[in-house]
Structures are given as structure tokens and as C-alpha cells.
Write a protein of this length. Structure first.
Length: 409
């Protein structure tokens, strides 16, 4: 009889994501064993993880030896389980240094299929979560000897994703996933990874939903319509909801579960005060509650995380922050395409225009030999062209559901 799990999902991400909440949900709902690595580290050192991470800067080798003891105890806690989810940061951010978690190397000792899910959330909500924790006395020293500002957070996140790609072992896979997907989406993803069959039978499959974003945001600004009230935006979100509901075997990846490139209509500069009606709408049935508005120049952030006058109130800094966000979008969305079984392009010629982001994602998927299904109403097909267009054109959700075997005609 096997002593340790056959399949393990490592849930990782930067601080402020709420990894503990994720693994608690998965453990409770699908019956996986749960371990939170940093809890074992804190028990080993009798100190909070953000202080322990500083010791890696002082003497990495000796500190790593105690990390190894914590890792062994964590593994022992998983004995007798068929599958498990482990919460573990890949990188720590201390004294403005990004330092790797030595336990990443220890994962190779586990004779199991190890996959990783690198979690993301909008940087402004991550910062709000961090600042609120400090204000409430939950992590009083986390910002000692350093600032945690938006740009630093994005660099940390990028390094975290790069290192997380090293985790998969024994045939496991690496995934990126945003917190603002539906609660059902989180459960399906981990069932998919851990090899748990759907209640309806069969197997899980995954799809990335590609759709226009930038031009809809521009249209809303031009006509002074709140983004979450724009008819086409509501239509796209309804399509995603209906698809997920109609296909219980489908894991849906949505690009708008992250929405960080929110620009001012007057100056085309990055907004640092985020309101609900300027953010692309997201499901309310996720794993967190999300407060709005979030003003990154408010006293909450100035007191606990970073000097607002030198950062988000500085035009040069905000311009640089915008550049970091733009490059992270490309990396993340193409990551979604890469990890999906197929791509669904919803109205790729909306407004009878070609949308550059959607076109790039379609061509990337085709180059990876992934099926691409496109939902194109008849009135929007007049600009389509045949050369180098290898997607499967459909006219409605009903046709797509039939193709995906989610319904019968």
C-alpha cells in the first residue's frame, strides 16, 4: 500500500493572495489532504515566516537545513492520503530582496506527480489585503525595513511565476490561475489536476476564453458608459457563465479574472484609484470578498506599505508601473493559451473589426496545434478571411455546446 499521495497540487503565489483560503476550500470540498508549508516553518523557528525569510539572507545554507526539517514534517502529515494540496510560496520578499524558498528543491524527493498552480490577483487588491492585515495587527512586522510598493510587488510576482515553473515533477503540469474565477472554477481546476472524475462522469477539459477587451474599454470611455454596464461586456460575461454552467466537465480560464490596465479617460494614464464600474466585471462567487474603491494613494498604504508621494503620486513612477502591467498581461494570457486544451474565441470580429489581442491568441493556439472554436454572428463575418485562419467558426453558444458534447441537438 502506498504511503504518500500519488498526485500533489502545489498552490503558490505571493503574499496577500490568500493561499490558505484556497487550499482549505479544496480540502473541504473535494476531500484532498491539506498542508500549509509555511505553518511548519513557523513552528520550526517559532517565528513568523516573514522574519524567517530574512534569515535566508543572513545564512541561506543553515536556514535551509531547518526548512528541510519543516518540509519532512509536512510530508509526514500527508501519509495515507491519495492526493494532496500544499500551500507554499516559491519566493519571499524581504528587505527589498527576492529570495527563493529552499523547499522548492525538496519537492523532487516526493515520488508523486506534482503540479503547480501559481495564483494571481489584481495588484491593488493584493496590496489592500497586505495593508489591512498590518493595520489589524495580524502581520505587524511584514513591512519592516522595506517598502512594499506596486512596482516591487509586480517584480516579486514575476519572479514567483518564473520559479514556480520549475516545480512540476513526475508528469505534472504548471498552471497560472487568477483568484477572481468562480468558486466552481477553482474546484474544477483542482479536480482536473488531481485526476478526480466529474460527478457526471467522463473527464475534465480546459478552455481559454479569448474575447475583445481593449476596444470595449475604449468604447465605454468614449461614450461615458460604466464598463460594467456596457451591453457587449455584459454579453461576454453572460456567455462565460452559461458555458461554465452548461459544461460541468469544463475548466474555464478567463483573461478578465485579472484586470490591472485601467486607464484614466482624460489622460490615458494608469488609474491608481480603482472603482467597481471601471474594472471589468468579475464573478461574485469567488474565494474572496473584494472591496471597492481601492485608492492606492490613501493613508492606509502611506502608513503601512509605501510612501505615496514618491510612488503612486509620481507621474514617472505611474508610467513605469503601466509598462510593467502591460508586459505581465502578455505573459499571463499566453500562459492561459498554453495550458488550455483548446481556445474559444467569442466574437473575435466584434464591431466588424480585428482585435489584435484576440488575433494573437488565436494564432498562438493554432501554432500549438490546439483547436480554436470561434463564435461569430453572421453580421460580423464579412471581414473574416480564409488564409491562415484555422479556427472552427460557429454561430452560437448552442452550436458550441453540441461540439463540446455538453448538449444534444
Amino acid at each position: 500500500m502506498r504511503d504518500y499521495p500519488e498526485k500533489i497540487a502545489v498552490v503558490t503565489g505571493i503574499s496577500g493572495i490568500g493561499l490558505g483560503r484556497v487550499v482549505d476550500l479544496i480540502g473541504r470540498e473535494i476531500g484532498a489532504a491539506v498542508a500549509k508549508f509555511e505553518d511548519f516553518v513557523e513552528e520550526e523557528f517559532k517565528a513568523p515566516i516573514y522574519h524567517v525569510a530574512e534569515l535566508l539572507l543572513v545564512d541561506y545554507k543553515r536556514t535551509a537545513e531547518r526548512f528541510e526539517r519543516a518540509f519532512t514534517k509536512m510530508v509526514d502529515s500527508l501519509r495515507g492520503s491519495k492526493y494532496a494540496v500544499i500551500a507554499m510560496h516559491s519566493m519571499y520578499y524581504r528587505r527589498s530582496n527576492i529570495v527563493s524558498n529552499p523547499a522548492i528543491g525538496y519537492l523532487s524527493r516526493m515520488e508523486a506527480e506534482v503540479s503547480v498552480v501559481d495564483y494571481f490577483d489584481d495588484y491593488y487588491h493584493v496590496l489592500h489585503r497586505l495593508a489591512t492585515r498590518i493595520a489589524h495587527g495580524e502581520t505587524p512586522g511584514v513591512a519592516s525595513f522595506q517598502v512594499i510598493d506596486p512596482a516591487g510587488l509586480l517584480y516579486w510576482r514575476s519572479a514567483q511565476e518564473s520559479v514556480s515553473r520549475l516545480i512540476p515533477l513526475g508528469g505534472g503540469e504548471a498552471y497560472v490561475y487568477a483568484s477572481k474565477h468562480t468558486r466552481e472554477g477553482h474546484l474544477r481546476l483542482f479536480s482536473y489536476i488531481l485526476g478526480i472524475q466529474p460527478e457526471e462522469g467522463g473527464e475534465y477539459h480546459s478552455a481559454y476564453i479569448s474575447h475583445p477587451i481593449t476596444k470595449l474599454r475604449e468604447y465605454a470611455l468614449k461614450h461615458n458608459i460604466p464598463l460594467n454596464k456596457l451591453e457587449e461586456v455584459i454579453e461576454i460575461e453572460k456567455f462565460k457563465q452559461e458555458l461554465e454552467k452548461a459544461c460541468p466537465n469544463l475548466v474555464v480560464f478567463s483573461p478578465t479574472a485579472i484586470d490591472e490596465l485601467i486607464l484614466s479617460p482624460e489622460t490615458n494614464t494608469l488609474q491608481t484609484s480603482i472603482a467597481r464600474d471601471t474594472r471589468w466585471p468579475h464573478p461574485e462567487n469567488g474565494i474572496h470578498e473584494y472591496p471597492y474603491p481601492v485608492d492606492l494613494s490613501s493613508e492606509l498604504f502611506n502608513e503601512y506599505l509605501y510612501p505615496v508621494d514618491e510612488t503612486v503620486k509620481n507621474p514617472g513612477y505611474v508610467s513605469f508601473l503601466k509598462t510593467l502591467i502591460e508586459t505581465s498581461i502578455e505573459r499571463r494570457d499566453l500562459g492561459y493559451v498554453s495550458q488550455a486544451d483548446f481556445v474559444i474565441a467569442y466574437r473575435p470580429t466584434m464591431f466588424s473589426e480585428v482585435h489584435m489581442g484576440v488575433e494573437t491568441e488565436i494564432k498562438t493556439a493554432v501554432a500549438m496545434s490546439k483547436p480554436v472554436y470561434s463564435i461569430i454572428p453572421a453580421e460580423e463575418r464579412d471581414i473574416s478571411y480564409k488564409l491562415f485562419r484555422f479556427e472552427y467558426p460557429l454561430s452560437s453558444l448552442e452550436e458550441l455546446l453540441y461540439i463540446l458534447r455538453c448538449s444534444k441537438k
